[in-house]
Write a protein that binds this ligand. Structure first.
Ligand code: NCD
Length: 318
């Protein structure tokens, strides 16, 4: 199969063949998801626990659906009501859950690195559903699948990632994935929203949207992440929309068949014009959501295969 990971913590750990293995299997799950009978037994008998320490709509919903369609027992921990609020540490909560023998743990946490730390303490497969500003691997994979299906390939494309790069784990995971698959990635945004270590990524950086969007195949917009900002990163939302909001005039710089993406949730009229977002000839935002379920099914299926293989190879404890 070519996928050798125990956990899915970040794109940085994946080889290009492993990325392709996930996407190939996800393509099959897209077909399954379009049928009336959407069930498979890939995770039958396994327990999946979703722990979201940050708000989420589509990521949590799609992980839940993905697990259910594959036959797992899925539990969503209500983290707002959990003992974390009583002062229990992340690790203690994880150890408690671990004692219930989960097989797959899906975790979203506001701190970068928290999910990696947790993975060291439990003996099941851990999937990172977003950790701080660090990584969001399943988002980058679903974006990759969306691009591959729309463009027919996932290499040698010109891709612009636009907006609030500095606060975005989506941008970081995408940058790593698209680079590994040999695409040309450009970042567009105001200097205040560019990460300081941007030079390390070896990508082109533009301050001007019209210039940056010239001849791109893919326009990936990002949400202005107010909750991660602690000061004046932008003059005003109006001014931001004027300079960086994706509208028809700015999009006209891209290739005629360029696709428009957004991970959601969207701020219409801030980073993207509502009409562009809804234009079924340009926008693949709904496809991204559809691919999200399939990619998460594929990732959990592959991790579960490795988990079963490693358990089968281990002597049974007395
Ligand atoms: C992203 C996230 O949470 O990082 N959303 C998502 O998973 N669909 C992006 C965002 O919140 O802007």
């Amino acid at each position: 199969m070519g996928f050798h990971q125990k956990h899915l913590l970040g794109i940085e750990h994946l080889r290009p063949e492993e990325i392709t293995a996930i996407l190939d299997l996800a393509d099959q799950y897209v077909d399954l998801n379009r049928r009336e009978m959407k069930h498979s037994d890939a995770l039958t008998g396994l327990t999946q626990i979703n722990m979201f320490f940050e708000n989420s709509t589509r990521t949590q919903a799609s992980f839940e659906l993905a697990g259910k369609r594959l036959g797992a027992d899925v539990m969503n921990m209500a983290m707002q009501a959990s003992s974390i609020k009583k002062g229990e540490t992340l690790i203690d909560t994880a150890l408690t859950l671990n004692a219930m023998h989960p097989d797959l743990l899906v975790v979203r946490h506001p701190h970068s690195g928290a999910v990696d730390l947790l993975a060291q303490k439990v003996n099941c497969a851990v999937l990172n559903a977003g950790d701080g500003k660090h990584e969001h691997p399943t988002q980058a994979l679903l974006d990759a699948l969306t691009i591959r299906r729309a463009k027919g390939r996932l290499h040698r494309l010109n891709i612009a990632i636009c907006g609030d790069i500095a606060h975005s784990r989506v941008a970081r995971s995408n940058l790593i994935l698209l680079g590994k698959m040999e695409n040309r990635v450009r970042l567009i945004g105001p200097p205040t929203l560019m990460p300081s270590q941007i030079g390390e990524f070896g990508v082109e950086v533009y301050e001007d949207m019209n210039e940056g969007l010239k001849d791109v195949d893919v326009v990936m917009m990002l949400r202005l992440q107010r909750e991660r900002m602690d000061g004046g990163f932008i003059p005003s939302e109006r001014e931001y929309y004027h300079r960086y909001g994706l509208d028809a005039a700015k999009l006209a710089n891209a290739k005629d068949d360029a696709i428009v993406m957004h991970p959601g949730p969207m701020n219409r009229g801030v980073e993207i014009d509502g009409e562009i977002a809804d234009d079924i000839n340009r926008s693949v935002i709904q496809e991204q959501v559809e691919m999200g379920v399939a990619v998460r099914m594929a990732a959990m299926d592959l991790l579960a295969r490795n988990l079963r293989a490693s358990r089968a190879a281990q002597p049974v404890e007395a």
